[in-house]
Design a protein around this ligand. Structure first.
Ligand code: HBI
Ligand code: FE
Length: 293
């Protein structure tokens, strides 16, 4: 396993107080540009008929393509005209409070590095393909753009209340692994799914996972897994409904959820709006394993 600094040449890059770095777009090698192109072509094909309309349309509007690694400044100039968001280069995960401050100010921190060839299919850290292909198109949707700013502000509040883990679950089950109902079918908007060829198919078509209607307090009680497919996916009806649910006064929900027991990632709760009850077969014996989070 290569060490972080070997794998990620931005690991030691000089950074500003807000953890942003210089993308140094001219330093990407032909091999790195080619890797982006192969990742893009493969995932764009699999996403057809599976990603939500918003994501597919935005990729075209933002001129994302298999023509080399995007220049974040040029991409930001296009995105900013649509929703006021910019994409700022960072070396790797940044501290939560820094992350929330960026989101609250319509800046999305995106990894500048691209995954090494040996991690072509999956990596745990967010690289430029996960962030730009997975997250950025959704920021072109005005309602989702408002939600992400509200999430940033909510995160700052959650930290003050010491309940960041509850809010992180909301991010996980929507921004990273959310599904949306579209024309009577289910489609993907979560970046963690959208940037993963295998999970793009699994999340929509496999019989193993549960699929449950979105409920804010329920999600805040639900543990999640960070190194495998999700055992439960939550489905929103519209981005407006997601935003509306989160404009509620978070404080009252934090107050309630603090006293409720957590749910394991595979559990169905009696109050759930069950869309599909999964067989959990993919998760095998591990379905009773202690979940991380
Ligand atoms: N930093 N660069 C980066 N990207 C993320 O997605 C990210 C982060 N820091 C913290 C974080 N995500 C999560 O803990 C959020 O739920 C806060
Ligand atoms: Fe992400």
């Amino acid at each position: 396993m290569s060490s972080t600094s070997q794998k990620n040449r931005y690991h030691d890059a000089p950074r500003a107080a807000d953890f942003t770095i210089d993308q140094a777009w001219d330093t990407y090698s032909a091999a790195e540009h080619d890797r982006w192109d192969r990742l893009f072509r493969r995932q764009r094909e699999i996403a057809k008929g599976r990603a939500c309309e918003t994501a597919l349309t935005a990729m075209a509007d933002l001129e994302l393509s298999a023509s080399g690694i995007p220049h974040m400044g040029e991409l930001s100039d296009k995105l900013e005209k649509l929703t006021g968001w910019r994409v700022v280069p960072v070396a790797e995960l940044v501290p939560d409070e820094v992350f929330f401050d960026h989101l609250a100010n319509r800046r999305f921190p995106a990894g500048a590095f691209i995954r090494p060839e040996e991690e072509f299919d999956y990596l745990q850290e967010p690289d430029i393909f996960h962030d730009v292909f997975g997250h950025v198109p959704m920021l072109a949707n005005p309602v989702f753009a408002d939600f992400m700013e509200a999430y940033g502000k909510g995160g700052q509040r959650a930290m003050q209340l010491g309940q960041l883990h509850n809010l992180a679950r909301l991010y996980w089950y929507t921004v990273e692994f959310g599904l949306i109902r579209e024309a009577g079918d289910l489609r993907i908007y979560g970046a963690g799914i959208l940037s993963s060829p295998n999970e793009t198919v699994f999340a929509l078509e496999d019989v193993s996972p549960n699929r449950v209607g979105f409920d804010l307090a329920r999600i805040m009680r639900t543990k999640y897994i960070i190194d495998d497919f999700q055992q439960t996916y939550f489905v929103i009806d519209t981005f407006e409904a997601l935003l509306e649910a989160c404009y509620k006064d978070f404080d009252s929900i934090y107050g309630d959820v603090k006293h409720w027991t957590d749910l394991e990632a595979h559990e169905i709760d009696p109050g759930d709006r069950v869309i599909t009850r999964g067989t959990l077969d993919y998760f095998g014996a591990c379905k009773n394993s202690p979940d991380l989070s």
